[in-house]
Design a protein around this ligand. Structure first.
Ligand SMILES: NC(=O)c1ccc[n+]([C@@H]2O[C@H](COP(=O)([O-])OP(=O)(O)OC[C@H]3O[C@@H](n4cnc5c(N)ncnc54)[C@H](O)[C@@H]3O)[C@@H](O)[C@H]2O)c1
Length: 274
């Protein structure tokens, strides 16, 4: 899984999962072009300042990226403690605007990875609503949609991640003519600066229970970066239009309604006693 000679764009490269992804891809030989609103010079070969809330800043960043590209990892994101419109601008509208600006520049065999979240796992229940947003095709039309569908910051965060999953799946149809795969990766709780916001919005009881379910620890940025690197690589050539959960197995407690069971009783609560 080496990336020698490949030029890969990573957003959110200044912190957390994006910083770990940029470092790992560099270690594996990629030329990493990092985008972030904060200074992300340390993990990248080229750093371009970019504010994903602002389509003109995205246009300038896309214009500043030279040459052919071999991958795009959209990692940047903000949590539900931010204003709902900012959440939707960064996590959905900016992510989509950058993806579609760079798509024609991606060489066949490349992949686009959208970092979503386990918080987006309810996408099937809101598919019509998600599709109505995705049919507002420009950044400005999307913003108009956001301004007529008011949400709290937390609702917007969960919804933004549902949209990211659906956009990655449906994005396989946009990528097909270019020979570009499209995937999302949905982390569970990861030890980054954002995690304190999730404790504030989701509560320690749920997050600590999920941590027990995944073996007593949260994910590390490297746990997620390794899967992003895999998804970008030729080894993942037959994975397309799909979401990959990377959560140490914590989602099992939600899927099987086991959150009110202590971890040590969970298997018995599901399978019954032997
Ligand atoms: N940490 C977790 O528990 C967790 C869980 C699930 C999903 N995620 C997702 O992983 C991604 C990375 O998050 P992280 O945990 O590394 O958080 P982080 O806060 O460490 O990193 C987020 C990065 O996004 C950048 N960013 C924020 N606003 C921006 C803007 N307007 N324009 C450009 N860049 C901007 C920040 O500067 C930062 O470098 C996010 O999309 C997040 O939603 C995180």
């Amino acid at each position: 899984m080496m990336f020698d000679g490949r030029r890969i764009v990573v957003t959110g490269c200044a912190s957390g999962i994006g910083a770990a992804t940029a470092s790992l891809l560099q270690d594996r030989g990629a030329h990493v072009i990092g985008l972030d609103i904060k200074d992300g010079n340390t993990n990248t070969d080229e750093f371009i300042a970019c504010d994903l809330t602002d389509p003109s800043s995205i246009d300038q960043a896309a214009a500043a990226i030279a040459g052919p590209l071999h991958g795009l990892a959209n990692v940047a994101g903000v949590p539900g403690s931010f204003d709902a419109e900012v959440v939707m601008r960064v996590n959905v509208l900016g992510l989509r605007h950058l993806t579609e600006s760079l798509m024609p520049r991606l060489e066949p065999g490349s992949a686009v990875i959208q970092v979503a979240s386990g918080a987006g796992s309810g996408w099937r229940e809101r598919l019509d609503l998600i599709r109505s947003l995705l049919r507002a095709r420009s950044y400005e039309a999307g913003l108009e949609w956001v301004r007529t569908h008011l949400m709290t910051g937390t609702e917007a965060y969960n919804f933004s991640k549902e949209v990211a999953i659906v956009y990655a799946m449906a994005g396989s149809m946009l990528g097909r003519p270019h020979g570009v795969r499209s995937l999302s990766i949905s982390p569970g709780a990861v030890e980054t600066p954002i995690l304190k916001d999730f404790y504030a919005t989701m509560g320690a009881q749920v997050l600590d229970r999920l941590k027990d379910q995944s073996g007593g620890r949260n994910g590390s940025p490297d746990d997620i970066a390794k899967v992003i690197a895999f998804a970008l690589s030729d080894d993942a050539a037959w994975i397309n239009g799909a979401d990959i959960p990377v959560d140490g197995g914590s989602e099992v407690a939600i899927a099987f309604d086991l959150l009110d069971q202590p971890q040590e009783n969970a298997a018995e609560a599901f399978f019954g006693s032997s």
